[in-house]
Write a protein that binds this ligand. Structure first.
Ligand code: GLV
Ligand code: MN
Ligand code: MN
Length: 418
């Protein structure tokens, strides 16, 4: 693709924003600008149907695989001509925004529409996908669809995963009609690039438009079930208690202290605590608690995990509480392909946009594709660095800038041999 073609080409920001708004209406949380489309719920189904309609309206070949990933590819290319793929997810956390994931999918669609409208002849097709249950808010692990796509987890095992109410992935996929015939692992793309909002404050603080993402930090998710002795809150002397709620609270404090001890970039979060029976005058019998630890350095993340496990064992033993541990997700840090990183950087520069290299703090589908093909990511600003929150927002000019960098990157990748 020569430079003059790229110079004249840009995405239609109004069309992009209109689609983001329309998809954001699906599962909209009343009184907010956010939405809730947990994976494989009826709202996810409605969002999927809307995006698939847009894909079909563009004349794309749409496939659905056994884990419900949807891929739309430009038609008219020889079989076996591997696409330059982009994509992300359209599931959201329960209190999410309309940009996380959705931007990557709808910007991909926008790029393809722009290329088709311009009548460009490409060496390879472009494709855009959305991948099932990226968030991991309902089913764990996160990035489930892309993990299965690249062969990191068998379809058989993935279909058996349950949410906390016992709903099963395979049954939910059948229920919403998104268990498709396309095989997994799926065909390897020529290259993969994902546009996403930053979800953090770095670009905004430095007044830089584009993040050139070099990799993703490692993720460790653990669920602990602490089993104690339920008893009367008034009559049971403190020295005789086996209180799992007390141990859970110690773990919350420990996780924060651990991050202080390790320093940046170590982060740690207790995002969910549940006490049973959760009543004012009953010492709980069971506490369940989730712990999310992340670091860009695998060795340091492992040290954090070791300290964390040691603390849990000790705190539980002291209180006479049993512990069951379940690993919900564990992904090592990922480094993206230097050649694709460079192309993203050059695309941002050619579009006249300020840019900087940076790691991703969040998990993304692109990190799964990095296992099988040259991959990188593009970030755009998040206002106030806020995400996984209904107030998540990205300015239209930043959406446009990110999508134009995606356009240039995909077209360059289409003409690049690896
Ligand atoms: C996915 O959104 C994550 O938790 O990083
Ligand atoms: Mn996301
Ligand atoms: Mn997210």
């Amino acid at each position: 693709m020569n430079d003059s073609v790229l110079e004249d080409l840009s995405i239609d920001p109004k069309r992009l924003v209109a689609r983001i708004e329309a998809l954001g209406e699906v599962g909209a949380i009343p009184g907010t600008t956010g939405c809730a489309r947990l994976a494989l719920t009826d709202d996810d189904l409605a969002g999927r149907d809307l995006v698939v309609t847009w894909m079909r309206d563009l004349g794309l070949d749409v496939t659905i695989d056994g884990i419900g990933n949807v891929i739309a590819t430009m038609p008219g290319f020889a079989a076996g001509n591997r696409p330059v793929m982009t994509g992300s997810h359209i599931d959201t956390v329960g209190t999410g925004g309309k940009y996380d994931g959705n931007l990557g999918v709808l910007a991909g669609l926008e790029v393809i529409e722009t290329v088709i409208a311009a009548g460009l002849e490409l060496d390879r097709p472009l494709a855009v996908g959305f991948f099932t249950n990226e968030e991991g808010a309902r089913f764990q692990p996160d990035m489930l669809g892309s993990l299965v796509y690249v062969g990191g987890l068998s379809l058989e095992d993935a279909l058996l995963i349950q949410d906390r109410d016992g709903a099963v992935v395979g049954e939910e996929l059948d229920r919403i009609g998104y268990s498709g015939p396309a095989p997994v692992p799926g065909p390897t793309p020529h290259a993969f690039v994902e546009l996403h909002i930053e979800q953090g404050p770095v670009l905004e603080n430095e007044d830089i438009t584009i993040g050139v993402v070099e990799g993703v930090q490692g993720i460790s998710w653990t669920e602990l079930t602490l089993n104690g002795q339920s008893c009367h809150a008034g009559t049971t002397p403190m020295r005789l208690r086996h209180d799992p709620g007390y141990v859970a609270s110690k773990i919350v404090t420990f996780v924060r202290d651990l991050t202080a001890e390790f320093g940046e970039p170590q982060v740690g979060t207790v995002g969910a605590i549940n006490l049973t029976p959760n009543l004012v005058n009953v010492v709980p019998s069971v506490a369940t608690i989730t712990v999310d630890l992340r670091n860009t350095n695998e060795a340091v993340l492992q040290q954090a995990e070791t300290k964390f496990r040691g603390f849990v064992a000790q705190a539980a033993e002291r209180e006479g509480v049993g512990v069951q541990t379940r690993m919900l997700a564990r992904f090592e840090p990922v480094n993206f392909d230097p050649r694709v990183i460079k192309i993203v950087e050059q695309s941002a520069a050619a579009a006249g946009l300020t840019h900087r290299r940076m790691p991703s703090g969040a998990g993304h589908d692109a990190q799964m594709f990095a296992r099988v093909c040259p991959t990188a990511m593009i970030f755009t600003k998040s206002v106030n660095g806020i995400s996984h929150n209904v107030t998540e927002y990205t300015e239209p000019a930043d959406l446009e800038a990110g999508a134009n960098v995606l356009l240039r990157t995909m077209l360059t990748l289409a003409g690049t041999e690896f």
